[in-house]
Ligand binder design. Structure first.
Ligand code: MLT
Ligand code: MN
Ligand code: ZN
Length: 305
């Protein structure tokens, strides 16, 4: 199985258009150790030729231009991506669907029932696309039943409901239902290898820990370093956990959770907010991750499993 990181940043990207934090200033100035990142998305393939997209970021056109695996081959129109899987209904994971409207046939789009509800009501993007390419909605089973998205049918996909958060426009925002957010386990029966992907994860409960422990590589929520990061910078009144993200540092944080995993498992943080000090390669926080064997995803990162 091949995994390509299309965008490693959280919503807003890095730098974020209106942000003047130290990180955003530094990356705009081109300082060494700071690398631009686009918004949250990966692609997965069994063979490196046909791909499934996970999440459709607002930066999707730039991401496709940077990744030859998506480019048309053969006919006059086409795309290496054959279907889209959504882990939630957040803006940074769905807005790119607008940019894919020129497709000549309906997009297969895999999402849970609560996500489908949000994407046909609060943000009715799936209805709107009916006026363009159309959508073949595929129900994504949140109960662990395997599913096989177009482009990577040979792989076994499974979803796990997560404690995270529905988008602010959702009626479920303060009132979560299972399936608002899922983590994905993708298993390659040809090699026996597994990846677990969860860009939004507020709590590592037993089921999540079991899914992470069974994987060869975990790609998990790297949004914030501290739970009060946005509060202490004066940018928000909300803690990381309140908006669905487990911070890396502190008791019970992601670093501690990852330290409980068997040693052979590759650990990658993804969906990194522009305020997070780990985006500075030279920072003490980045050194802490490196010492703990934790990698920070970047746009264009490729993982072969
Ligand atoms: C999140 O991951 O918490 C959201 O995507 C935030 C956003 O809307 O940008
Ligand atoms: Mn997000
Ligand atoms: Zn910033």
């Amino acid at each position: 199985m091949k995994i390509r990181v299309l965008g490693a940043a959280a919503g807003g990207g890095f730098p974020q258009w209106n942000c003047n934090c130290r990180n955003c200033q530094s990356v705009r100035a081109g300082l060494p150790g700071f690398e631009r990142r686009t918004q949250s998305s990966i692609a997965v393939s069994a063979d490196g030729a046909r791909w499934t997209l996970i999440n459709a970021s607002p930066d999707i056109l730039q991401q496709f231009q940077a990744f030859a695996g998506t480019w048309p081959t053969g006919g006059l129109r086409g795309c290496g991506i054959e279907s889209v899987v959504l882990v939630d209904a957040q803006i940074d994971h769905t807005t790119g669907l607008y940019m894919l409207r020129e497709k000549g046939s309906p997009w297969p789009i895999w999402c849970t029932d609560p996500v489908y509800e949000d994407l046909t009501r609060g943000n009715p993007i799936l209805h709107l696309l009916e006026h363009y390419c159309g959508v073949n909605r595929r129900p994504l089973p949140a109960g662990g039943q395997p599913f096989h998205p177009e482009g990577s049918e040979r792989l076994d996909w499974q979803a796990l409901p997560l404690l995270s958060a529905a988008p602010p426009y959702s009626p479920h925002r303060g009132n979560p239902v299972p399936g608002d957010n899922v983590g994905l386990t993708i298993h390659d029966p040809a090699t026996g290898r597994r990846v677990f992907y969860a860009p939004g994860l507020a709590e590592v409960d037993e089921a999540v820990f079991a899914a992470m422990s069974a994987a060869d590589c975990v790609m998990v929520d790297g949004t914030f370093w501290t739970d009060d990061e946005m509060i202490s910078m004066g940018l928000s009144k909300k803690r990381a956990r309140d908006i669905g993200h487990l911070a890396q540092s502190g008791p019970g944080g992601m670093i501690e959770q990852l330290a409980r995993l068997p040693r052979h498992i590759r650990r990658v943080l993804i969906h990194i907010n522009n305020t997070n000090p780990i985006l500075d390669d030279q920072s003490a926080e980045r050194a802490t991750l490196t010492a703990a064997g934790i990698q920070v995803a970047y746009d264009g990162m490729e993982i072969d499993l």
